[in-house]
Design a protein around this ligand. Structure first.
Ligand code: NAP
Length: 277
């Protein structure tokens, strides 16, 4: 039996810790979530964040804006949150409509309030190895490894997926932790041989069960970030049932990387609050 990397249990520990710290504050940290449109998946993710925020005693303000909002109007909303000194963190729930300039919009967030580490300044800080805010999903992966005493230093880590939101920052954060990192994507040739050669595989593709038993080898650690709804159920990028007994440790979906993302976002929020105070 391999070790199951339990993100839910760790999320709950972080929840207690944050709740305890926030209970001692006079003013509660506030997160503003800006959503454009009404995508069902985004609604679910936002609900999880609101729930977690309520449990730890933070304020979460959800601004739902119309799908056809003008870019200037959206930037004005972000500016309002930037200027509001009660607001400590701001996130734009992705995706946003393609008609909007995503980079320009994200870069309108004040770097001091960029608790999902997505602005150019935050990303540069990750590239140079002294991150301000590590993107929440990436931070969750690192925390899950650390809590399970898995040190990426000197290990060969294969990150499958190269998105700006997940794959690239996760690869960079692991490089900063002295891993030897390979990044794979759709054009990667012979993915099986590459993943099999890894010590740690991190998968973020959104392709359900892409990583089958033919892609893994024994003694590996597998972190599955992928979440896809298939027949009403959440499915990861790893064929969990057929892989779990072949490797040393694996994170499940649901209950692995997902809960860690939410907890990490609020750790960043508290950090932002402390830096701003
Ligand atoms: P994305 O922007 O669609 O990026 C997917 C990446 O996977 C791309 O780089 C793509 O390669 C690569 N890819 C797709 N099919 C592949 C294949 N067959 N072989 C190798 N690489 C392949 O998605 P994302 O935003 O990074 O999200 C990825 C997954 O993580 C999704 O399921 C998403 O729901 C989930 N997610 C989970 C959390 C969490 O909290 N756990 C947070 C965010 C996202 P190319 O670049 O070549 O196209």
């Amino acid at each position: 039996m391999s070790q199951i990397l339990d993100g839910k249990a760790l999320r709950d520990e972080i929840l207690d810790d944050l709740k305890n710290q926030i209970s001692k504050l006079d003013q509660k940290p506030e997160l503003v979530i800006i959503q454009v449109g009404d995508l069902a998946e985004s609604n679910t993710y936002i609900e999880q964040k609101i729930k977690f925020g309520e449990k730890i005693g933070a304020i979460v303000t959800h601004k739902k804006l119309p799908l056809d909002i003008a870019e200037s109007e959206l930037i004005r909303e972000i500016q309002l949150a930037n200027d509001d000194e009660n607001v400590n963190g701001i996130i734009i729930q992705l995706p946003i409509p393609q008609s909007l300039n995503k980079e320009k919009i994200i870069d309108s967030i004040s770097p001091q309030k960029d608790v999902d580490g997505q602005t150019a300044i935050s990303i540069k800080s990750l590239v140079v190895g002294s991150p301000t805010f590590i993107p929440a999903t990436t931070k969750g992966v690192i925390t899950l490894l650390d809590a399970n005493k898995i040190d990426p230093s000197g290990k060969h880590v294969v990150v499958v997926g190269r998105s700006t939101l997940v794959g690239k920052p996760t690869a960079l954060a692991l490089l900063n932790r002295d891993a030897t990192v390979t990044i794979a994507h759709k054009k990667t040739q012979n993915l099986q041989a590459i993943t099999k050669s890894a010590d740690i595989i991190v998968v973020a593709t959104g392709k359900p069960k892409l990583i089958t038993k033919d892609y893994v080898s024994e003694n590996q650690i597998i972190i599955d970030i992928g979440i896809t709804v298939v027949d009403g159920k959440l499915v990861g990028d790893v064929d969990f049932e057929n892989v779990k007994d072949l490797v040393a440790a694996i994170s499940p979906v649901p209950g692995g990387a997902g809960p860690m993302t939410v907890a990490s976002l609020f750790q960043n929020l508290l950090e932002a609050y402390q830096k701003q105070s």
